[in-house]
Design a protein around this ligand. Structure first.
Ligand SMILES: NC(=O)c1ccc[n+]([C@@H]2O[C@H](COP(=O)([O-])OP(=O)(O)OC[C@H]3O[C@@H](n4cnc5c(N)ncnc54)[C@H](OP(=O)(O)O)[C@@H]3O)[C@@H](O)[C@H]2O)c1
Length: 262
């Protein structure tokens, strides 16, 4: 299937690791140009070096803190100066790991909402005016199952993920006027570095051994295993493609059947 992504310019936040990096790889495979946006300059450069071997001249990295609005503005301008357009934005940065709600004060909870939801919102605000000029755009917000299936161990992650789903739906009609299609994916237990941390935190919070937490969480997934980042990126690549031209304002579960909601 030709996804029609050749030479599309894709900005991928969180592109240095995990799900974001898998999305970058998938889009590069489809002939797109990938801009990796992540915080640590070292891991950003390492990912660019790795991709350069297979996709020479098709990938650049711009280390950027997505919690810094001015830095996102500068990153956006840098991409426009280099390529003249941004066709695709994938918001995959910044996991919010489990935290004990009862030990959080206002400032802490607010900072956690800033970490993921506000980061995605900022990127959308900066990138959309450029998509509007070209009357074509695709935006994917990487949400997470906690946004639809709350649990006390993951309140801040759930609030971020719910807010991302709400924003996706809220903006869909407005953006579609300019042929910018926004959607979300809803992954669950994807085997990334951050997932390992999540398991540890969860174990600490509940007082259970980590192996038991892992086994218990995986037992709730229909396919009885963790997902892989490339299983998320395969769905993302389709959703940002020309072939998904009637897919708007929706959220696609990539959860191995873990969701207990319709
Ligand atoms: N893994 C799962 O099971 C799962 C499930 C549901 C939803 N999700 C969501 O999927 C997304 C990706 O998760 P992941 O597991 O792939 O995470 P990950 O492996 O921890 O990767 C996170 C990426 O975000 C970047 N990042 C973190 N803070 C940043 C900041 N302030 N500014 C810019 N970049 C920043 C990291 O860059 P550095 O290299 O600089 O650290 C890295 O590239 C997250 O939004 C997460 O909530 C994941």
């Amino acid at each position: 299937m030709d996804l029609g992504l050749k030479d599309k310019v894709a900005v991928i936040t969180g592109g240095s690791r995990g799900i974001g990096k898998a999305c970058a790889k998938e889009l590069l495979n489809e002939g797109a140009i990938a801009v990796l946006v992540s915080k640590s300059p070292d891991s950003n450069a390492a990912a660019v070096r790795e991709f350069e071997k297979t996709y020479p001249g098709r990938v650049i990295g711009i280390p950027t803190d997505v919690n810094d609005d001015a830095a996102i503005g500068a990153m956006t301008e840098q991409v426009i100066a280099r390529f003249g357009r941004i066709d695709i934005l994938i918001n995959a940065a910044a996991t919010v790991i489990p935290q004990d709600f009862f030990k959080m004060d206002d400032a802490h909870l607010t900072s956690l909402l800033d970490q993921k939801f506000n980061a995605a919102a900022r990127c959308i605000r900066h990138v959309v005016p450029h998509m509007r000029k070209h009357k074509w755009g695709r935006i994917i917000n990487v949400s997470g199952l906690a946004g639809r299936q709350p649990h006390f161990t993951v309140v801040p992650a759930a609030l971020n993920n719910s807010a991302m789903l709400n924003l996706t739906k809220a903006l869909a009609t407005e953006l579609a006027k300019d042929n910018i299609l926004i959607n979300a994916v809803v992954p669950y237990i994807i085997d990334t570095e951050r997932q390992a941390e999540t398991m540890q935190e969860w174990a600490q919070m509940t007082g259970q051994p980590e192996a038991e937490v892992r086994q218990q969480r995986i037992s709730k997934v229909a396919v009885r295993r963790m997902g892989r980042s490339d299983e998320v990126s395969a769905v993302v690549a389709f959703m940002v493609s020309e072939r998904a031209s009637y897919v708007v304002g929706t959220a696609w579960y990539v959860d191995g059947g873990g969701a207990m909601t319709l």
